[in-house]
Design a protein around this ligand. Structure first.
Ligand code: ADP
Ligand code: MG
Length: 253
């Protein structure tokens, strides 16, 4: 596949983020091309979540640039105007470890809220799209349920459907299965595999190495605020070049 002439969906250059004296991202460069699945791995505290949060403007870096679909999110720590930023955020779906569903409204309302408010859809149109998405994540029968009545795996699948309802160009997942009981991990990974197979562009922080091996186009290994190695899963898992990658993989595999 020739992607060199294509504009990347996400382009990060020279990204530096510090909290006080603590440099958490130390000059990150990377691209995500259309329909690529990039899996980010690395030890706790290596900066994975911060990198993801910089990619949708939840964190403001001190230096560097993030471009989403060719539009500059921030430059020299100056964010784009709030209205534009919110528009751009609609194109970047985010799924967190902790689901973050609104607990006082139904599953259907959780999914239709964004499209009605931000995409200007009518209730009927938003509900129709939401029911289709619920079907896709295997929860068509839970439209009227309240979040509290769902299992963790079901909540996370609703969170994915809610993100998809905004018709994002790229989906960012931050350890989407880490809070789940082991028997519920598979149903969430299954939905993510389906999205990948449909060509969704995805960046996934996860400790699920089986998922990485099976689904990733590129595995990015972070350590100490930098990308120490990246490549196709066969290379990263089969023949890592960096000692710290080998140490990390020995600890998690
Ligand atoms: P990872 O997701 O790889 O575990 P994080 O990106 O969450 O790593 O964190 C990287 C480092 O940045 C950690 O040392 C963490 O304590 C620190 N950090 C993250 N967010 C903040 C914050 N809001 N304030 C201060 N330090 C932070
Ligand atoms: Mg994290």
């Amino acid at each position: 596949m020739s992607t060199s002439s294509q504009q990347p969906i996400v382009q990060v250059r020279g990204l530096v983020k510090a909290f006080g004296e603590h440099v958490v991202l130390d000059g990150i460069d990377f691209d995500i091309q259309t329909s690529q699945v990039v899996v980010v791995i690395g030890p706790s505290g290596s900066g994975k979540s911060t990198l993801l949060r910089c990619c949708n403007g939840l964190e403001v870096p001190q230096r560097g640039t993030v471009d989403i679909c060719g539009r500059r999110l921030m430059d020299h720590s100056r964010m784009m105007p709030e209205a534009q930023l919110n528009k751009l955020r609609e194109e970047v779906g985010m799924v967190f470890q902790s689901f973050n569903l609104f607990s006082h409204i139904s599953v259907l309302e959780n999914i239709t809220l964004g499209p009605r408010k931000l995409r200007g859809l009518s209730r009927a149109q938003a509900e129709q799209e939401a029911r289709e998405l619920l079907g896709k994540v295997g929860l068509a029968h839970k439209a009227e349920a309240m979040p509290a009545s769902l299992s963790g795996g079901q909540k996370q699948r609703v969170a994915i459907a809610r993100a998809l309802a905004m018709k994002p160009r790229v989906m960012l997942f931050d350890e989407p299965t880490s809070a789940l009981d082991p028997e519920l991990v598979g149903e969430v990974l299954q939905v993510m595999k389906l999205l990948a197979s449909e060509g969704m562009t995805m960046m996934v922080v996860t400790h699920e190495m089986g998922f990485a091996q099976e689904v990733a186009d590129v595995v990015v290994v972070m350590d100490g605020g930098g990308i120490i190695e990246q490549g196709p899963p066969e290379q990263i898992f089969g023949a890592p070049t960096q000692p710290r990658t080998r140490e990390f993989l020995q600890a998690v595999l």
